[in-house]
Design a protein around this ligand. Structure first.
Ligand code: S3P
Length: 187
């Protein structure tokens, strides 16, 4: 994937904290996060993967067997640990910043990016996989719209917003890199 090495160098010189991606399910946090990490030559972690590894079961199974509250507590602990591990790129689950402690840790200690997509794009993307327990209890489009209503006022607090459209991944990556560079330059 092509990007401007000068932008990468500028970011690498200034970045002194983890980059954290937030946003709704299917917005593209994991995909874009992995690409940002690769471009910046930083480690990438997806908090859902870490929760699954720690629990020894899938997110769906955790929801089924122990409920959402239990999942949220594990999520809070995993994200706190990841934030303590230094410079990296971390994609969080869509509900992570709805926990006040997690949100505060992210606002205080990271460069936060809201990965934002149109509702229909998230509906299409989430339909490809069956791994999201919150979308199984009804019409996914309706559930995503409701979650958007509740969560966007919180997501808006992120340092940067990146629009994750259906165009080429490279364009989204370059949009993210430019916005990160500009944000760090303006600090
Ligand atoms: C959730 C999003 C999921 C996962 C869990 C709950 C949410 O992660 O953490 O199913 O509350 O929005 P993704 O946003 O990576 O799909």
């Amino acid at each position: 994937m092509a990007y401007d090495e000068e932008i990468i160098e500028q970011i690498r010189r200034r970045l002194d904290r983890p980059i954290v991606l937030i946003g709704l399910m299917g917005a593209g946090k994991t995909r874009t996060g992995r690409q940002i990490a690769q471009a910046l030559r930083l480690p990438f972690t997806d908090s859902d993967d870490e929760i699954e590894a720690a629990a020894g079961m899938s997110v769906s199974e955790i929801f089924e067997r122990f409920g959402e509250e239990y999942f949220r507590d594990g999520e809070r602990r995993v994200i706190q640990r990841l934030l303590d591990e230094g410079a990296s790129v971390i994609a969080t689950g869509g509900g992570a910043v709805m926990n006040e402690d997690t949100a505060q840790a992210i606002w205080d200690n990271t460069l936060s990016i809201w990965i934002r997509a149109e509702l229909n794009v998230m509906v299409q993307r989430t339909a490809r996989r069956d791994s999201r327990p919150l979308l199984k209890s009804g019409d996914p489009e309706k559930i995503l719209a409701e979650l958007a209503g509740k969560r966007y006022p919180v997501y808006e607090k992120a340092d940067i917003v990146v629009d994750s459209h259906n165009g080429p991944a490279e364009a989204i990556l370059n949009q993210a890199l430019e916005k990160i560079r500009n944000f760090l330059n303006d600090e």
